[in-house]
Ligand binder design. Structure first.
Ligand SMILES: Nc1nc2c(c(=O)[nH]1)N[C@H]1C(S)=C(S)[C@@H](COP(=O)(O)OP(=O)(O)OC[C@H]3O[C@@H](n4cnc5c(=O)[nH]c(N)nc54)[C@H](O)[C@@H]3O)O[C@H]1N2
Ligand SMILES: Nc1nc2c(c(=O)[nH]1)N[C@H]1C(S)=C(S)[C@@H](COP(=O)(O)OP(=O)(O)OC[C@H]3O[C@@H](n4cnc5c(=O)[nH]c(N)nc54)[C@H](O)[C@@H]3O)O[C@H]1N2
Ligand SMILES: [Mo]
Length: 738
C-alpha cells in the first residue's frame, strides 16, 4: 500500500488525474512506451500485467510527463550563478524545458535562441577546432537505438571516437570481465531462465528500489522452487521483505521474505567470497571425484582451468574471512546449496562494478559458474542487471570510445567514409583531458555529467574551462549551471511523447538488460511545440556541421525512422530484418552465442582466470564508504527527500554507520559529521551529514550519491574498466562545525 500510495501521490502532483491514468496504463505495454526507469525486461505480451510498472517507474514517468514548465521568463528571472546555488531537487522540480536557450560569453543568463542559430553556433565551434578530438560527445542511457546510432555516426563522420557514456560509471566492469572471459559483454540469461533456476544469487544490488519488477520475477522463481541468496552489506528491504503490489494479496498480506539466506558481506568482499566458494568446490570434487565439477563442460568449452585451480587452492582463508567479514559456516552453508543446485544464476549491479578490483571480482563469478557448467543452459548464467532503460542498446549501436575494428569496418562499408580508428576518451579520461586543456567542446545527449561523475569540485572546474558546453535535455539539472564560456540547452522530447515527423508518427526501439529489442511509442502531446526529438537534433546538427563531407541522407532519416533501422540492419549483427522483427508484439531477442555454448573469445573457449584476492585495509579510525541510491531518486534526479525502505525522511545528507562503529569512533546516532575522504593526492570533504546508526556490515558506511561524489577521487578507479570506485572510498568522520 505505501508503494501504491507513493506512486499515486507523486503522479497526481506532477501530472494530474487524466494524464496519470493515460500514461501509467501505457507503460511497458506492447503498443505503449518503454518505461524510462530501469532496464529490467518485460514478460511476454501474454503474461504482461495491465499495470506493468512499479512505484519508481511511475515516478520516472511522472518526472517526465509533469505538467510543470520552464519558460524563457524563468531564465530571465534566475541568473546562472543563482541556479548554481539551488539543490538538485529544486532544479528538477521546476518542470520540463520548453525552448532552446543560450548563455553567451561573459553573460550570466540564458536567453532564447532559435534552433537554427543554435545549430549554427555548434557548427561554428566544431569547425573551428584544431582537430576533432578536441570535442567530446557524451551519452546517457535513455537515448533510443535510432538516436544512438545516428549520434555515433555523426561523431565518427565528424572525426572522433570521444564517446564517453554513463556505462563508464556503471556496468563497464561487467562488460570488460564478461567480454574477456565469455567473449560477449552482456548478460546471458532470459526471464525464462530465472523462472527455471534452482539457486539465484543477488549480489551488490538493491532491486526493491532500483529494479522493483525484478522482485516479481524472483517471486515466481521462488514459487517454482528456487532458493534466493542476498549478498549485501545492507539488509535491503525488497529482498528481505517483499510485498507484490500487483497482486492484492501481496499488497495486504504480511509479505514474503524473498531471500532464503542473507550474507552481510563487507564492501568489496565478493571476490573473496566467490574464490572461497570455488575453493570449496574444488575440494568437494577431490573428496568425491566426478560428482561436483562439470568435467565435460570444462574440457570441451573452457581453457585456463589448471592455472585457475592451482591458484584458488592456495587461497588464504584468513584473507577470505577478513575481506568478506563472513564466518566460514556462512560460506559453507551457501556452498552446500551450490552443491544441491543444478541451475544457478548470479545477478549483480553497482555493488560489484564500482570497486578497484571489480573486473577480477566479476571474472571470479564466471569461474564459479563455469565450474559446474552453469553457462549456456536453461536456468543458468550471468545476469548483470543494467541501469538506464537503453544503456545496453546504446552500446550495441556503437556508443563506445573503444569501438571494435569490425564495427568501424561496417560503418565504412555502409557509409563510405573513413571513421577514426584510434580510441577516444571514456568519462574519466574526458575529465582529465578537459582539465589539461585538451578539450574545447562538450556535447551531452542526455544525462547530468557534472553530477554523475566523481570528484565534483574538479569536474566542475573541468567544465568551466571549456569553450562550449551543449546539453540535449528534458529537465533542468546541475550540468546546465556549470558551463563553458558558451552554453546551450537543447530541449528534447521524452519517451512518453508523440514524435511526429514528415512521414507521420514515429516509434523508437530499445534493448533491455536481457538483450530483447522492442518498440517504444509515446502518446502524450509534447511538453512544448518547440521541442525536437533527439533524432531531429542530431540530423539537423549533422547537416550543418558536415555539409557534403559525407553522403549520409540525414533528411531522410529524420523524416522516417524506419530508414535508420534499415541502415542499422546492415551494420549491427543481429538486427537483420530489423523493421519487420521489431513490429512483432514484444519485439525480438538478439542472438547471444553464450546461450548456445559458443564463446567468441580469441581461443573460442570460455576462459578461467586467476584473480588476486584483494583485502581492502582500512586504517584505524576510518570506514569504507559506499555511495548509493535512496528510494526517492533516479540517479541525479531527486524525486523527494525520503528513503522509506531505510526509514529516513526529509533529508538526504545522512551517513549510515553500524551502531558499534559509531560508538567506537566517539559518535552517537543523530550527530552532525563531516565526511573526509583520504587519497594519495590529498583530502576531500563533504560537510554536515547526519549520522544514522544502521545495521550495515561492520567497518562499512553508506551515503547517497550525488551529494557524496565530491569524496570520490578522480584517480580512484577500477583496474581494467576505469570506472570510478563509488562503492569503495576510505573516509573518516569529523564532528561538524554546527
Ligand atoms: N528508482 C531507481 N531505479 C534505478 C536507478 C535509480 O537511481 N532509481 N538507477 C538505475 C541505474 S543507472 C542503475 S546502474 C541501477 C543501480 O542499481 P543498484 O546497483 O541496485 O544501485 P545502488 O543504489 O548503487 O545499490 C548498490 C547495492 O549494492 C550494495 N553494495 C555496495 N557495495 C557492495 C559490495 O561491495 N558487495 C555487495 N555484495 N554489495 C554491495 C549496496 O548496499 C546496495 O544494495 O538502477 C537503475 N534503476
Ligand atoms: N557516487 C556515485 N556516482 C555515480 C553512481 C553511483 O552509484 N555513485 N552511479 C553511476 C551510474 S550507475 C550512472 S548510470 C550515472 C548516471 O549518469 P547520467 O546518465 O549522466 O545521469 P542521470 O541522472 O541519469 O541523468 C538525468 C538527466 O537526463 C536528462 N534526461 C532524462 N530523460 C531524457 C531523455 O529522454 N532524453 C534526453 N536527452 N535527456 C533526458 C534529464 O535532463 C535529467 O536531468 O551516474 C554514475 N554516478
Ligand atoms: Mo547506471
Amino acid at each position: 500500500m505505501p508503494a501504491v500510495a507513493a506512486a499515486m501521490k507523486h503522479s497526481l502532483e506532477q501530472m494530474g488525474p487524466r494524464r496519470t491514468v493515460l500514461t501509467l496504463l501505457d507503460v511497458n505495454q506492447a503498443k505503449g512506451f518503454d518505461c524510462p526507469g530501469c532496464a529490467w525486461p518485460e514478460p511476454d505480451p501474454e503474461h504482461r500485467h495491465k499495470a506493468e510498472f512499479c512505484e519508481n517507474g511511475a515516478k520516472a514517468v511522472a518526472e517526465e510527463a509533469t505538467k510543470r514548465r520552464i519558460t524563457r521568463e524563468f531564465f530571465a528571472r534566475y541568473p546562472v550563478s543563482e541556479l548554481a546555488t539551488k539543490s538538485d531537487y529544486w532544479l528538477g522540480q521546476q518542470g520540463r524545458l520548453t525552448e532552446p536557450m543560450v548563455k553567451r560569453p561573459g553573460s550570466d543568463r540564458y536567453e532564447p535562441i532559435s534552433w537554427d542559430d543554435a545549430f549554427g553556433l555548434v557548427a561554428d565551434e566544431l569547425t573551428r577546432l584544431d582537430n576533432p578530438d578536441q570535442a567530446v560527445f557524451y551519452t546517457s542511457g535513455r537515448t533510443s537505438n535510432e538516436a544512438a546510432f545516428l549520434y555515433q555516426l555523426f561523431a565518427r563522420a565528424y572525426g572522433t571516437n570521444n564517446m564517453p557514456d554513463c556505462s563508464n560509471m556503471c556496468h563497464e566492469s561487467s562488460g570488460v570481465a564478461l567480454q574477456e572471459t565469455l567473449g560477449v559483454g552482456k548478460g546471458s540469461v532470459t526471464l525464462e531462465d530465472l523462472y527455471q533456476a534452482d539457486l539465484i544469487l543477488v549480489a551488490g544490488q538493491n532491486p526493491g528500489t532500483n529494479h522493483p519488477r525484478m522482485l516479481s520475477a524472483l517471486e515466481k522463481a521462488k514459487a517454482n522452487g528456487a532458493r534466493i541468496v542476498a549478498i549485501n552489506p545492507l539488509p535491503e528491504a525488497g529482498l528481505l521483505r517483499f510485498k507484490n503490489p500487483q497482486r492484492p494479496r501481496g499488497v495486504l498480506g504480511s509479505g514474503t521474505p524473498l531471500a532464503d539466506l542473507f550474507l552481510q558481506i563487507r564492501l568489496g568482499g565478493d571476490l573473496a567470497l566467490f574464490q572461497a566458494l570455488n575453493r570449496l568446490l574444488l575440494e568437494a570434487e577431490d573428496a568425491r571425484p566426478g560428482t561436483v565439477l562439470d568435467r565435460e563442460f570444462i574440457e570441451r568449452y573452457t581453457d585456463g582451468f589448471e592455472d585457475f585451480a592451482a591458484h584458488v587452492r592456495k587461497m588464504s582463508w584468513d584473507d577470505a574471512l577478513a575481506a568478506t567479514g563472513l564466518t566460514r559456516p556462512e560460506i559453507e552453508q551457501l556452498h552446500s546449496w551450490v552443491l544441491a543446485s543444478e541451475r544457478i544464476i548470479v545477478c549483480w549491479a553497482m555493488g560489484l562494478t564500482q570497486h578497484k578490483h571489480s573486473v577480477p571480482m566479476i571474472r571470479e563469478i564466471v569461474n564459479f559458474l563455469a565450474l559446474r557448467g552453469n553457462l549456456g543452459r536453461p536456468g543458468a548464467g550471468v545476469c548483470p542487471v543494467r541501469g538506464h532503460s537503453n544503456v545496453q542498446g546504446d552500446r550495441t549501436m556503437g556508443i563506445w570510445e573503444k569501438p571494435p575494428a569490425w564495427f568501424l569496418d561496417a560503418l565504412q562499408r555502409e557509409f563510405g567514409f573513413e571513421p577514426p580508428r584510434h580510441h577516444g576518451y571514456d568519462t574519466v579520461h574526458a575529465i582529465e583531458a578537459m582539465l589539461a586543456g585538451d578539450v574545447r567542446v562538450f556535447f551531452a545527449m542526455g544525462g547530468n555529467f557534472v553530477r554523475a561523475t566523481p570528484d565534483s569540485a574538479r569536474t566542475e572546474e573541468a567544465m568551466r574551462r571549456l569553450r562550449l558546453t551543449v546539453h540535449v535535455s528534458t529537465k533542468l539539472n546541475r550540468s546546465h549551471t556549470v558551463t563553458g564560456e558558451i552554453a546551450l540547452i537543447l530541449p528534447t522530447l521524452g519517451r512518453t511523447e508523440l514524435d511526429v515527423q514528415a512521414s507521420g508518427p514515429q516509434f523508437v526501439t530499445v534493448e533491455d538488460s536481457m538483450g530483447s529489442v522492442h518498440a517504444s511509442r509515446g502518446r502524450l502531446a509534447p511538453a512544448s511545440p518547440r521541442l525536437l526529438s533527439e533524432v531531429s537534433i542530431i540530423c539537423r546538427l549533422a547537416r550543418r556541421v558536415l555539409g557534403d563531407r559525407v553522403s549520409v541522407p540525414w533528411e531522410e532519416y529524420e523524416a522516417d525512422y524506419s530508414r535508420i533501422r534499415d541502415r542499422i540492419a546492415k551494420v549491427v549483427p543481429g538486427f537483420e530484418d530489423f523493421n519487420a522483427k521489431v513490429t512483432r508484439p514484444g519485439g525480438f531477442l538478439l542472438p547471444h552465442p553464450v546461450r548456445e555454448r559458443r564463446f567468441p573469445t580469441p581461443t573460442g573457449k570460455a576462459r578461467f582466470t586467476r584473480n588476486e584476492l584483494e583485502v581492502i585495509r582500512v586504517p584505524d579510525g576510518h570506514l569504507l564508504l559506499q555511495t548509493l541510491r535512496s528510494h526517492d531518486q533516479y540517479n541525479t534526479t531527486i524525486y523527494g527527500l525520503d528513503d522509506r525502505y531505510r526509514g529516513v525522511s526529509q533529508g538526504r545528507r545522512v551517513v549510515f554507520v553500524h551502531p558499534e562503529d559509531l560508538a567506537a569512533l566517539g559518535f552517537a546516532d543523530g550527530d552532525l559529521v563531516d565526511l573526509v575522504s583520504v587519497w594519495e593526492d590529498g583530502e576531500r570533504r563533504a560537510e554536515a551529514f547526519r549520522a544514522v546508526a544502521y545495521p550495515t556490515a561492520r567497518g562499512c558506511a553508506a551515503t547517497y550519491f550525488p551529494e557524496a561524489n565530491v569524496l570520490v577521487p578522480l584517480g580512484s578507479r577500477a583496474e581494467g574498466s576505469n570506472t570510478p570506485t563509488s562503492k569503495s572510498i576510505i573516509v573518516r568522520l569529523e564532528r561538524a562545525a554546527s
